[in-house]
Design a protein around this ligand. Sequence first.
Ligand code: SAH
Length: 229
Amino acid sequence: MGFLGGGILITGERNGAFLSSRQEMVKFQLVDRGIRDPHVLEAMAKVPRHRSVDAALWTRAYADRPLPIGAGQTISQPYIVALMTQLLRLDAGRDVLEIGTGSGYQTAILARLARMVYTMEALQDLADRAQEVLQNLEIGNVEFRLGDGSCGWPERRTFERIVVTAAAPDWPGPLLDQLDEGGRIVAPLGRGPMQSLMVGEKRRGKLIESHICACRFVKLVGQYGFPEH
Ligand code: SAH
């Protein structure tokens, strides 16, 4: 909190709330662990992560951990968001498809780096809340859809970049079909409590895969995800 001349009160929120928490997060959780892409670091330093969680969790919003966002889902740990975004190799000329909008936090990060973000969420409550958060942050280059993202974006089109932010048993076939030649897809894959963060690159119609690290995500549900029970 601070005061400007003329008696105008600048609230913490308007005055770059949690700025120092964000700067510490970037240094200790991202830079010190090898995140190097300056655009990713800048986006992580600018997007107010606390706005994507319940106000009761604001003081923990920049901690090195995932947090609950309701409906049994979580907002990913900052490092994982930065790592997945860096692995996508985005630029302002490319569109990205995101499966699992969740809190909308990663959506906001992607929107700073890509031309358009197409994001799909299975749960109405989360989709509505994320849309509201992004509207309040005045982020306009995002298209939202409610539905089963394991089946791909509903319209017939392809993407150069695809990110899945929930664990899938294997690459969902429709997402590979919607990946452009030369495109990159990033997803956590595996059937156990821990998964493998994977990058796939489409070359001459084939997927070249690399394992990045072990990770732990909530499950992708739907036709090409895990069955719901
Ligand atoms: N990137 C998000 C992560 C949210 S957790 C964040 O940082 O907040 C994963 C999200 O994937 C959950 O919101 C869950 O509801 C959603 N999800 C799971 N299966 C899905 C599917 N088949 N289609 C779309 N969204 C799905």
